[in-house]
Design a binder for this molecule. Structure first.
Ligand SMILES: Cc1ncc(COP(=O)(O)O)c(C=O)c1O
Length: 352
């Protein structure tokens, strides 16, 4: 197996365990617990699959621009935000350029920076501090290192830590004119308490990533977008292969934007189930990090062992060993009835 470790079901692994993928509840990828909206399904069913997609995703960019209050020249669509992370690193980092990452976090930032030849630095949050970064020392480090790219995920995967606007603005100031802050808002849409990061684009040194695969449960379709100044969009877009964002993705994205109520309902479902899961984990004596996102980081001791025990019971959770956290699992917040099944499997697995 090569590449970055991710959540989601591995069909080969399930086969080797004699498990039918349809019977496994996936708590290892963090998507809208209500799944795909009926309006998206209908639109995709009617899409014209025989023609090439619009290479510039014009209609979709217009719809996003309209909602976000930015120009279409500030938007680039991607085959999932993962594609955009890699293109950004290639566009902005020359071999030896410094790239700083707020960690522990999503593995693709490091993978992208390394592939682009960047020199990697991390600002590691510790368990002792509830995985909160100290912003003053972090800003000082950024001023000293003068990295070309800084990656910050907010709310952060896998810790659920969410920085307020003033903390992010302090980081933007520290990055200054010599670098770019890449703010990954992948989970902001499903977080209970959110602030709008879009005005940060006015600083000129901020790039914002959105993943439509989370809020709208389009993980299989692959769709994300980047908001930035027109010169960054041109540089990054210049590296993108033609037709990267296919017709199904563009159609699904347009229909999803017209069903914002589905995301709101998903957010409410997350809030209810998250409270339930926190209470149950607490009763089981499992420490869980306070999370602003639609997943919970739980300290279970032997994460690989517990993951295997749960998988045998038809429940997939994310072992956080690849984040450098081998005692933790990340649990996506799903519908309440599904969380009840998780808790029951957890009780069984822990009783063994
Ligand atoms: C923080 C973060 N950013 C980006 C992504 C990638 O999302 P996409 O499915 O849009 O490529 C993920 C996926 O897990 C993620 O956790």
């Amino acid at each position: 197996m090569i590449g970055t470790v991710h959540g989601g079901l591995d069909i080969g692994e399930l086969r080797s365990l004699g498990l039918n993928p349809d019977e496994v509840l996936d708590f290892s990828s963090n998507i809208n617990p209500l799944g795909i909206s009926a309006k998206v399904k209908q639109a995709v069913g009617e899409a014209d699959l025989s023609s090439y997609p619009d290479r510039h995703c014009l209609t979709l960019r217009e719809a996003i621009a309209d909602r976000a209050g930015v120009g279409i020249e500030n938007l680039l669509m991607g085959n999932g935000s993962t594609e955009l992370i890699h293109l950004l690193a290639r566009a902005c980092l020359k071999p030896g350029d410094r790239c700083l990452i707020f960690t522990p976090t999503f593995g693709e930032y490091e993978a992208a920076a390394v592939m682009a030849g960047g020199e990697l630095y991390t600002l590691e949050a510790s368990e002792r501090d509830g995985f909160q970064w100290s912003i003053d020392p972090a800003s000082n480090t950024i001023r000293e290192l003068r990295p070309r790219l800084v990656f910050l995920c907010n709310p952060n995967n896998p810790t659920g830590v969410y920085l307020e606007r003033d903390a992010v603005e302090q980081i933007v100031d520290a990055v200054g004119a010599h670098g770019l802050l890449v703010l990954d808002d992948a989970y902001a849409g499903l977080s209970g308490h959110q602030w709008d990061s879009t005005p940060l684009l006015g600083h000129g040194n901020v790039v914002i990533l959105h993943s439509m695969t989370k809020d709208h449960a389009l993980a299989g379709v692959r769709l994300g977008y980047l908001m930035a100044s027109p010169d960054v969009i041109t540089k990054v877009g210049g590296l993108q292969p033609a037709w990267s964002v296919n017709t199904v993705a563009q159609t699904a994205g347009l229909a999803a934007l017209q069903d914002e109520a589905h995301v709101t309902a998903g957010r409410h479902a997350v809030q209810e189930s998250k409270a339930y899961l926190h209470a149950e984990l607490n009763d089981l004596g499992i420490p869980a990090n306070a999370s602003a996102a639609n997943f919970i980081l739980a300290k279970v001791g032997d994460a690989p062992g517990l993951r295997s025990a749960l998988l045998r019971r038809g429940i997939a959770v994310r072992d956080c060993t690849s984040f450098g956290l081998p005692q933790f699992v990340r649990i996506a917040v799903r519908r309440r009835d599904e969380c009840v099944r998780l808790v029951s499997a957890l009780k069984e697995a822990l009783a063994k």
